[in-house]
Ligand binder design. Structure first.
Ligand SMILES: [Zn+2]
Ligand SMILES: [Zn+2]
Length: 296
């Protein structure tokens, strides 16, 4: 690659404006995250932000960048241990290590604590349901931990690629409710709002940032990935992005434009508490407890 257009050092990443060296690329990446936080009004002075911290590459970059940006907020981190054999132990060690290096208060909650079984045990007879079961239980565990830690928001490491994949997946599933995000409920204080500070940063740039800053340790891939629709969509969009750069950003921009034209839903869903676990829900049982009833 050519030299950094700002200082002439060896470049490591090519941006739209030109190639950048490790130092200038890192600054460019952090500025991009700061701009997204501002653009979507994600973090306010005095906030307590709970980072959903798996210990994987995206959330490690997220936690590091949030620390380096010196925002006027407090950061805490929560790792959910799903109980996935041969995969989770290493990432949890990496998470502990990073949190203590950054001096961030860190809590680990496990599926065994919240439902008595590991994900592997729950999925014994239906591994193809992995991502949906895991996602629902993880969301509940994270929401509860963030509430107990008195956080105002939950920050997740979803990057531009994840966001664009989700948009396309909603269409592939015909899931209009999710595609239009028209859900409106009375119970904001029970559901801790989600923020995604990396939502405008590509996965490629996020990995490059991790490499330039020695944040990445080689970790195994989740063994359930092979059952996920996301895997096919990821490969397909990756090819399109390579052939037509900017595709991922255009999908995210299009979705944002679509949502801005949607009238806010008039129907307010009255939420109560789940009979079993007390988490907010519009039904007798929350989505997580319904999943558990089917599986146990
Ligand atoms: Zn430079
Ligand atoms: Zn429940």
């Amino acid at each position: 690659m050519a030299d950094c257009y700002l200082c002439g050092e060896r470049a490591v990443f090519r941006t739209e404006d030109g190639p950048l060296c490790a130092k200038h690329f890192s600054k460019w990446y952090e500025d991009g995250v700061a701009a997204a936080i501002k653009r979507y009004d994600m973090i306010h002075a005095g906030d307590r932000v709970c980072v959903g911290f798996s210990g994987g590459k995206d959330s490690t970059v997220l936690l590091t960048v949030l620390c380096r940006l010196n925002l006027d907020c407090e950061l805490v981190a929560v790792t959910v241990d799903e109980g996935i054999g041969g995969y989770r132990d290493d990432t949890i060690l990496a998470a502990k290590d990073t949190a203590s290096r950054l001096g961030v208060e860190h809590r680990i909650v496990s599926f065994t604590d919240v439902c008595g079984k590991t994900l592997d045990e729950l999925l014994e007879n239906s591994p193809q349901a992995a991502c949906s079961v895991c996602g629902t239980l993880r969301r509940r565990a994270l929401n509860r931990a963030a509430r107990e830690m008195e956080a105002n928001s939950i920050a997740t490491g979803h990057c531009l690629d994840d966001e664009s994949q989700s948009v396309v997946m909603n269409y592939l599933r015909g899931d209009v409710t999710r595609a239009t995000a028209s859900f409106n409920s009375n119970s904001a204080e029970l559901f801790i709002p989600r923020i995604k500070p990396l939502c405008r940063s590509s996965e490629r740039a996020t990995v490059a940032y991790g490499l330039c800053n020695n944040l990445l340790v080689p970790l195994p891939e989740c063994p359930y990935t092979r059952y996920a629709l996301r895997k096919d969509v990821r490969t397909w969009l990756g090819k399109l992005e390579y052939a037509k750069p900017g595709t991922l950003t255009r999908i995210a921009d299009g979705q944002e434009e679509l949502l801005s034209r949607m009238p806010k839903s008039e129907v307010v869903t009255e939420l109560g508490r789940c009979e079993k676990c007390g988490e907010p829900t519009a039904n007798r049982l929350c989505a997580a407890c319904q999943q558990l009833e089917r599986l146990m």
